[in-house]
Write a protein that binds this ligand. Structure first.
Ligand code: NI
Length: 188
């Protein structure tokens, strides 16, 4: 089992609408296990399959965020459907593993109710409040190609894009600087 690379904005993959799963088989269980590892390693509160380049309607939410005890395994949502979002709202900083180090205030419903299928193929309903409700709404957005950056105004959007471009460029430069050193070592 291994963590997978996370697809980052502005990769166009993140804009597609993910497809429903036909059912739960070993390949889905394997994908979930790898997503769980990816999410834990990246310290995310949630992760949608499209964020590891798999366009299927599936996401995980951190077990504790989903109301479980400390150390609870991530909660799995397959083919999730939002049943209800409360009119009562919350505004709080929101992040996304596809937007490293970006946190922006986003208004969401305070409570959300979702119906989904679990890893055993059973239908269940879950209702979350606060951070859990925020995560349910954020991850469902991913399945429809909707992203954190769509939740902010045009000025903030430009600032985020510029920051991510700069970070990506710095990363590329760092990698390029490491490369000759590695070559030199292997040559020696
Ligand atoms: Ni996200």
């Amino acid at each position: 089992m291994a963590a997978r690379p996370i697809v980052r904005f502005p990769d166009p993959q993140l804009r597609q609408r993910s497809a429903e799963l036909d059912g739960v088989d070993d390949s889905v269980r394997q994908l979930v296990a790898e997503m769980a590892e990816t999410m834990v390693e990246a310290e995310g509160a949630g992760l949608a399959a499209i964020q590891v380049a798999v366009p299927l309607r599936l996401f995980l939410i951190d077990g504790q965020v989903a109301g479980g005890p400390e150390g609870a395994p991530p909660k799995v949502f397959i083919n999730p459907e939002i049943l209800e979002i409360s009119a009562e709202a919350q505004t709080g900083d929101e992040g996304c593993l596809s937007f490293p180090d970006v946190f922006v205030p986003v208004k969401r419903g305070l409570r959300a109710k979702v119906r989904a299928i679990d890893l055993d193929g059973n239908s269940f309903e879950a209702e979350g409040e606060g951070l859990y409700a925020r995560a349910l709404q954020h991850e469902t957005d991913h399945l429809n190609g909707r992203l954190l950056i769509d939740q902010v105004g045009p000025v903030k959007r430009e600032i985020i894009k510029r920051k991510l471009r700069k970070d990506a460029e710095a990363e590329r430069q760092e990698a390029a600087e490491r490369e000759p050193a590695r070559r030199a070592r292997s040559a020696g």
